[in-house]
Design a protein around this ligand. Structure first.
Ligand code: ATP
Ligand code: MG
Length: 343
């Protein structure tokens, strides 16, 4: 069986990228300083040579002047060349030194931030985990109450139902938070070769009742050949369900959602396009942020925690893929996915 190298955890990858960016930034600053230093050194050298020549020339007669420039000219050119060569070598040495120093400096600057983030994520993971048990207990007790007391007064029944709904919502948020803060190092070991087309077909089937309720047509235009990707099946399913949930949730009754898949070279492409309300251009850059929701003041306003796309982004990164959202208000939204293909 083919073994794939275990990818790094999400947090590690983020910090490696940040370290690389910081190193390049420090190196850029060092490069600017080196260039300014070189310009200053070259100017100083030119000034010194001009001064020597002008002093010599001012003290010599016309024929001696020619002699001075013919004697010194060649020497000065050699000196000029040697100076520039040395300056270049010093610059290269400085830049290499600056590169190495920048790498270690950026690592050191990010270390404490990383430790801080790790401890915060650990706290969030522990807190979410601890919240799960009481929420399950509340939910179970409400169900038991509803079963044993069938003749409860209507207002009490309604209250119990709304409490049950809120508890479910809280459970979803807690589960979402757990997915976000969980270190996926172990999860990635569970990667398998799966056919993306089959996974879409299963997910569409699962969401069909929800779409039917809203009279939304779920259409698929899947490539004929299987599209093999090396991912964690559960995570891929969760990703597709999140995207389908959004497409259905933000599409008014009677609309449609179309899933298209194909391949281009060594890349598998998938898109999910709806005829929904769309996302304002100003909100688009933020839709992957935690708890970010588009403020809607019309009938398209729905409930949600603003975690779906944040989780989707993480799941796509875990699968070494890429996700992008394009949208036009009042026309619809298209989410594009890209994954490395396994042939
Ligand atoms: P949750 O998914 O946690 O229940 P949510 O759907 O509000 O809540 P996200 O899935 O993260 O959160 O989406 C963020 C915001 O992006 C949403 O508030 C919604 O306004 C907008 N959005 C996402 N998908 C679509 C879509 N297909 N069409 C229109 N707007 C969308
Ligand atoms: Mg959502």
């Amino acid at each position: 069986m083919r073994q794939m190298p275990t990818p790094k955890s999400f947090l590690s990858t983020q910090f490696d990228r940040a370290r690389l960016k910081l190193t390049l930034l420090y190196l850029g600053i060092s490069g600017c300083i080196v260039i300014l230093f070189s310009i200053a050194a070259l100017n100083a050298q030119r000034y010194a040579v001009d001064r020597v020549l002008s002093v010599l020339e001012s003290r010599a007669g016309i024929t001696e002047r020619q002699l001075v420039s013919s004697l010194l000219g060649q020497r000065l050119e050699q000196f000029d060349l040697a100076f520039k060569q040395r300056l270049l070598m010093v610059n290269i040495a400085l830049l290499i030194g600056a590169g190495v120093a920048s790498y270690f400096l950026s690592g050191a600057s990010l270390r404490s931030i990383r430790e801080n983030v790790e401890s915060q994520e650990e706290f969030a993971a522990d807190a979410s985990h601890e919240l799960r048990t009481p929420l399950t207990t509340i939910s179970m007790e409400i169900v038991a109450l509803q079963k044993t007391h069938k003749r409860l007064p209507a207002p009490v029944k309604e209250t119990l139902q709304s409490v049950q709904q809120e508890v479910r919502r809280m459970q979803e948020i807690v589960d979402g938070l757990l997915t976000l803060v969980r270190d996926d190092q172990d999860k990635l070991v569970g990667r398998q070769l799966i056919d993306l087309n089959q996974m879409w077909a299963e997910s569409v089937k699962q969401m069909q009742p929800l779409a039917k309720d809203k009279h939304i047509a779920l259409k698929t235009q899947l490539s004929k050949d299987p599209l093999l990707v090396h991912v964690t099946p559960d995570q891929m399913k969760q990703l597709f369900l999140i995207l389908l949930d959004n497409a259905i949730k933000y599409t008014p009754k009677g609309g449609s959602v179309t899933i298209t898949t194909n391949q281009k070279g060594r890349t598998v492409l998938a898109s999910i396009e709806d005829t929904g309300v769309g996302i304002p251009a100003a909100d688009l850059p933020h839709v992957f942020d935690r708890f970010y929701r588009v403020q809607r003041f019309d009938s398209s306003s729905t409930r949600g925690a603003g975690l779906g796309l944040t989780i989707a982004h993480k799941l796509v990164e875990n699968a070494d893929g890429h996700i992008q959202v394009a949208s036009t208000m009042g026309v619809g939204t298209r989410v594009n996915l890209r994954f490395p293909k396994v042939s």
